[in-house]
Design a protein around this ligand. Structure first.
Ligand code: SF4
Ligand code: SF4
Length: 75
């Protein structure tokens, strides 16, 4: 049984200053980005290290937990 959380992120676009910190710190594969060069939004992240949320200088990254059924979504 998998213990790791799966999360999806939301970004407040009005607050985001496009600093690139979230992408720079993220260990996901290179394509895990949004159209605005932030970490991907509304896309399940199965690493869930939360480094992106912690590093954001304007604290505009938030997340929600998603169900395990997303784990095989990219297979
Ligand atoms: S939780 Fe970690 S792996 Fe997932 S998007 Fe944020 S920095 Fe990347
Ligand atoms: S770290 Fe925060 S401010 Fe910087 S690009 Fe990512 S969401 Fe935007």
């Amino acid at each position: 049984m998998r213990k790791r959380e799966v999360v999806e992120f939301h970004i407040g676009w009005n607050a985001c200053i496009n600093c690139g910190a979230c992408v720079a710190v993220c260990p996901q594969e290179p394509g895990f980005i949004s159209a605005f060069d932030t970490i991907a939004v509304n896309t399940p992240c199965d690493i869930a290290c939360m480094a992106c949320e912690k590093i954001c200088p304007v604290s505009t990254i938030t997340h929600k937990k998603v169900r395990d059924r997303y784990e095989t979504h990219t297979a």
